[in-house]
Ligand binder design. Structure first.
Ligand SMILES: Cc1ncc(COP(=O)(O)O)c(C=O)c1O
Length: 403
């Protein structure tokens, strides 16, 4: 690489990454960052002029492009324009922000809510505002990167437990000295594996050891619970999460993140979390889109039901065909390939037959567990899913992933 200046650790790091990336590109196995020119109803996309079945979307309930949501966004632009004129704390909150926070609080059955400009930002801002260096944070090993970054930034003592292993969580809780504040944090649905945290046991342990409980519902809103309200509804344990975090960029077809909880918690965050005080808010169109989307979820419960049916069809069909889908019970379905190269090759086979799914490789997942990570949504029809599975099966047989 022609960095022209220095040849130090930074330059070497950049060179190593570029070489890895270039190697994959040269082998014609690079499928990240593809240009999508059209989203066709959520189940299909146009990529470089070709229509493909979409199996990499987080729009779990197929709400991208929903007429009511589009209309709400357009009205917000007409009313407020496109920007937020700065930081809400000083420049003033738009009424659409307050409305959105009330809607979220109601949807999450909490007293209040606060929003941030991204889900990533929310985790970093909230964890680092709540915890300091004398506190303890206990995190599942597969938690999302934004949680890890929030924990590190907080300076709190950072303890981790084996993925979804509640006896190890209990050991970690026992390690915390008496009198120290402790926060337990986990994804509700894990973004690489699609499995669900053992929430009832986690709630029980947090009560037993006096720990705060924070759950990231990025992949469970619209997915879990009869009405799609999330993990508390799924397990019939309302009011058990202290800090209910979620994003507005997946099931909710917008961008941003939120925390819902009791009034004092939200007031604290509004006056201490740096991403709220020192960074601009969501644009009005995105706030209005998110606000409307929560209402659509409750008004169109068939979407949650259909997602469940599609998920069952997809997971059961893949398992029947011989694939290892780990413990996924949700719309995120890992199709285990093994080595990174095999995941890339499976992707190429699927993409060449117009199935848009992407590989996830190390270090995002453990070495040897590289996968084709496919998602299914409400927008898919049963025949689409059957067709996609046939293509994936053909690729899997050709690559020796299944026999
Ligand atoms: C579990 C989890 N939390 C947080 C985020 C960050 O959300 P956003 O993309 O809205 O910033 C993601 C995004 O992939 C996620 O999967």
């Amino acid at each position: 690489m022609d960095l022209n200046v220095v040849d130090d650790a930074v330059a070497k790091r950049i060179t190593a990454m570029v070489e890895r990336y270039q190697g994959v590109k040269d082998a014609d196995l690079y499928y990240y960052n593809q240009p999508i020119s059209e989203l066709r109803g959520g189940a299909r996309v146009i990529v470089k002029g070709r229509e493909m079945g979409m199996y990499a979307s987080y729009s779990y309930l197929g709400l991208v492009g929903h007429p009511r949501i589009n209309e709400a966004a357009k009205k917000a632009v007409d009313k407020f324009g496109t920007g937020t004129h700065g930081v809400r704390f000083l420049a003033g909150s738009l009424t659409i922000h307050t409305e959105l926070e009330e809607t979220i609080a109601e949807f999450k059955e909490a007293e209040a809510a606060i929003t941030y400009s991204a889900g990533y930002v929310t985790n970093v801002a909230v964890i680092s505002a709540l915890l300091g260096r004398h506190d303890y944070v206990i995190s599942d090993k597969l938690n999302h990167a934004s949680i890890v970054d929030g924990c590190l930034l907080s300076g709190a003592k950072f303890l981790r437990f084996k993925h979804n292993d509640m006896s190890e969580l209990e050991e970690r809780l026992q390690q915390v000295p008496d009198g120290s504040a402790r926060l337990v944090i986990a994804d509700a649905v894990f973004s690489m594996d699609g499995d669900i945290i053992d929430f009832p046991k986690m709630v029980e342990l947090c009560k037993k050891y006096g720990a705060w409980l924070m759950i990231d519902e990025a992949h469970s809103i619209g997915v879990l619970g009869e009405q799609g309200r999330g993990i508390e509804e799924h397990f019939g344990l309302p009011g058990t999460i202290d800090i209910k975090m979620g994003t507005l960029s997946k099931t909710i077809p917008s961008v941003g993140g939120y925390v819902a909880g009791n009034k004092d918690l939200i007031a604290f965050l509004r006056h201490t979390s740096r991403a709220y005080i020192f960074s601009a808010a969501l644009p009005p169109a995105q706030a209005a889109a998110a606000n409307e989307a929560f209402k659509v979820i409750l008004d169109e419960p068939w979407r949650v039901e259909k997602l469940r049916e599609n998920t069952d069809q997809f997971i059961n069909g893949l398992k029947k065909r011989g694939f290892d889908t780990l413990n996924s019970e949700t719309a995120i379905v890992p199709i285990i390939c093994g080595p990174d190269e095999l995941a890339f090759e499976m992707t190429r086979e699927c993409q060449q037959k117009d199935i848009f799914a992407l590989p996830v490789i190390s270090p995002a997942v453990p070495e040897g567990l590289a996968r084709l990570r496919a998602t299914v949504t409400t927008a898919h029809e049963s025949e689409d899913i059957e067709h996609a599975m046939d293509i994936i099966e053909e690729a899997g047989k050709g690559m020796g992933v299944i026999s």
